[in-house]
Write a protein that binds this ligand. Structure first.
Ligand SMILES: Cc1cc2nc3c(=O)[nH]c(=O)nc-3n(C[C@H](O)[C@H](O)[C@H](O)COP(=O)(O)O)c2cc1C
Length: 198
């Protein structure tokens, strides 16, 4: 598919057909995420792919799906045939930026006004979402917060130092309810793009 078309077609899909994803498609989608840039090539991103039905059902419970379904939403997570937990490791960046070629002045690790470990996770996330569209599939992203993060880490055996930043669902799209947030409309481009000077 043409790149511009992939970008235009991408949207968060929150309902799926239960059909499994072919292994080669899934492999290509995950590989695309691995091509993301990372600060200092730290490569702190990691991905946990979950396909087992029982685990997906437990993840859906942890993320509060039953409560959403009662309120009339589609059973998003339990139905999607694949979950990808996108993770990052802050420690990988500290380790990398203490190497000689990355040390800042006076031999100290740089200050981190922007946490690059989240920037890089976002880069990977976008590649996952776009690669899914390119494969003729749909994807959705669910953000995580406590206590769900802790429960998810325990369920899936995610190590202490690894932070799950969110969950991507993959699969064939079913008719879904669009996010009510979209009614806000796109911001006027002149208010977000400036040229030469702010
Ligand atoms: C960091 C981040 C967190 C998000 N968290 C959620 C979420 O928890 N639940 C959800 O339904 N959508 C979530 N979304 C999806 C946004 O609502 C969606 O991207 C936005 O409304 C624009 O819609 P579109 O992506 O379909 O174009 C999240 C998106 C991002 C980038």
């Amino acid at each position: 598919m043409d790149f511009a078309q992939v970008v235009r077609r991408r949207r968060m899909v929150r309902n799926y057909r239960p059909d499994p994803i072919a292994a080669d498609k899934l492999e290509r989608i995950i590989r695309a995420a691995l091509r993301a840039p990372s600060a200092g090539f730290s490569q702190g991103q990691s991905f946990l792919v979950v396909q087992r039905e029982e685990l997906r059902r437990r993840i859906a419970e942890i993320c509060g799906e039953p409560g959403y379904v009662v309120r009339g939403f589609d059973p998003w997570l339990s139905v999607a045939p694949v979950h990808v937990v996108c993770c990052t490791s802050e420690a990988a960046y500290h380790e990398r930026y203490r190497e000689p070629d990355k040390l800042a002045s006076e031999g100290r690790e740089r200050q981190w006004p922007v946490p690059f470990w989240y920037v890089d996770a976002g880069c990977s996330l976008m590649l996952l979402l776009l690669a899914a569209v390119d494969e003729g599939l749909a994807a959705g992203f669910l953000g995580l917060s406590e206590p769900r993060t802790a429960d998810l880490k325990e369920l899936l055996g995610i190590p202490e130092e690894v932070v799950p930043v969110g969950l991507v669902t993959l699969g064939m799209p079913a008719k879904d309810r669009r996010s009510s947030s979209l009614s806000r409309g796109w911001k006027d481009r002149d208010s977000v793009i400036r040229w030469e000077r702010w």
